[in-house]
Write a protein that binds this ligand. Structure first.
Ligand code: HEM
Length: 425
């Protein structure tokens, strides 16, 4: 069967993708494949026929795709060979510092040790278990208020009304950000991941200007926190640590954006993805209704099923063999978490949401190794709370239209999800 996808849908040139084309013509990097949610078939073929796949030509230059769970683990846990450094390209398939439009940001997710370790350590207390215990009642109260304000029986957009609201509120709390301005955090998060010309921002220049405005806003907060030290928020932590006190401007902005996007987009898309997943698996929704205690194991399963970041990328620092392929020093290596999370040699029925799996945290969505998501427990906490509060109030969050998805090969985003709420009897 020929399954030619309409390439004219994006601004990106570079040939048609067809699941039946010769292997060496496969290029999974095209953003529309993710927007259409059609990339899964291509990953399935790669896992079967060529799990470590070389693409010689793409809009991002040549790159390796690592598509199986165990191979991804090998790359992610070997930071001595597989570098995250921004100057070598960083952590996404698009090189961080390449091209005229590049912002040349520095952030600790795109650093190797020892600098990475020191900067990560500076902000980790914000998501330590003791802080999460303090955050839990605040998040719960807000989640309840958001849900109580929703109309029953009318069509609403779950993304804007719930997912965005809750995650932005949590982020504002982590930064101790001026409450009335918190919508700015959502905007900066969306602007950071947007492809200029495809919706949110029109040009690279506009994006640059908005992000510099973000840095200037945070600079004022930074100065206030320096004057009144000892706060428990992310900015006070960075201002108070020798590892982050003296950051150059682009490193300051870079780390801010890392914390904004890291804490926002991913969790938002998991909240939306969960509603979608349960609607696509009605038997699982029934299980949940009968036994809300399953929320505990459902939360990591939703994060696996959604896989909010499709990939992380590394650059090889030396020649190395992986799965019988010879990767050369300087090569770009893309770990497709979205594919690894659908690998049936490791996960049973990987395409299905199964809310009572025995080992649900065994997934790749948070990565592995020294860069493993710093906020993973906070993300899970937010999802747990929202589902517990949903279970108290609603019999069914019914999806009543097709989801709209983000045009991006990195963020697996749901931009709109029409739902209708059915109250509990
Ligand atoms: C790193 C995913 C929520 C902060 C990462 C990485 C992934 C990821 C894939 C890179 C892992 C690697 O390279 O091995 C997710 C997902 C989330 C989520 C799927 C939600 C479901 C959060 C939250 C925060 C956060 C709520 C809030 C603080 C970070 C930071 C890093 C990171 C700071 C960089 C860690 C480092 O380089 O050492 N995340 N994340 N993330 N995440 Fe998350």
């Amino acid at each position: 069967m020929m399954a030619v996808l309409d390439y004219a849908k994006t601004n990106f040139s570079g040939g048609l993708v067809d699941v039946d084309v010769p292997l060496n013509e496969i290029d999974v990097s095209k953003p529309y494949l993710f927007q259409e949610d059609s990339v899964g078939e291509i990953f399935r073929r790669l896992r079967r026929e060529d799990p470590i796949h070389y693409c010689a030509e793409s809009n991002y230059g040549p790159y390796w795709s690592v598509t199986k769970f165990d191979d991804i683990m090998k790359v992610d846990t070997n930071h001595r060979v597989f570098s995250s450094e921004a100057k070598l390209g960083g952590i996404s398939i698009a090189d961080m510092h390449a091209g005229e439009s590049a912002l040349e940001l520095e952030m600790f997710i795109a650093m190797d040790p020892p600098k990475h370790d020191a900067q990560r350590k500076a902000v980790t207390p914000a998501v330590a278990p003791s802080n999460l215990t303090l955050l839990e009642p605040i998040i719960r109260e807000r989640a309840g208020a958001i849900l109580d304000a929703l109309p029953i029986g009318e069509d609403i957009d779950w993304v804007r009304n719930v997912s965005v609201e809750l995650t932005t509120m949590t982020l504002a709390t982590l930064f101790d950000f001026p409450w009335e301005d918190r919508a700015k955090l959502t905007r900066w998060s969306d602007v950071t991941t947007a492809i200029p010309g495809a919706g949110i921002v029109d040009t690279f220049e506009q994006r640059r200007e908005e992000l510099i405005e973000c840095a200037m806003y945070f600079k004022r907060i930074w100065d206030e926190r320096v004057a009144t030290p000892g706060g428990n928020d992310l900015i006070s932590m960075m201002a108070g640590s020798p590892a982050t006190q003296e950051m150059p401007f682009m490193e300051f902005l870079g780390n801010l954006l890392l914390l904004i996007v890291g804490g926002n987009d991913t969790t938002r898309n998991s909240i939306s993805g969960g509603v979608l997943a349960l609607n696509r698996h009605p038997d699982e929704y029934d299980k949940l209704r009968k036994n809300p205690a399953l929320i505990q194991s459902m939360v990591p399963e939703i994060i696996r099923w959604q896989t909010p970041l499709t990939h992380m990328r590394r650059t090889a620092l030396e020649d190395i063999e992986l799965g019988g392929k010879n990767i050369r020093k300087g090569d770009k290596v893309v770990m497709w978490y979205l594919s690894g999370n659908r690998d049936d040699s490791v996960i049973d029925r990987p395409d299905d949401l199964v809310i009572d799996r025995a080992n649900p945290r065994h997934h790749l969505s948070f990565g592995y190794g020294i860069h493993r998501c710093m906020g993973n427990r906070l993300a899970e906490l937010q999802l747990k709370i929202i589902w517990e509060e949903i279970a108290k109030r609603f019999e069914f969050v019914e999806v009543v239209g097709e989801p709209e998805r983000l045009l991006s090969n990195l963020v697996r985003g749901i931009t709109r999800l029409p739902v209708r709420l059915h109250a509990k009897a």
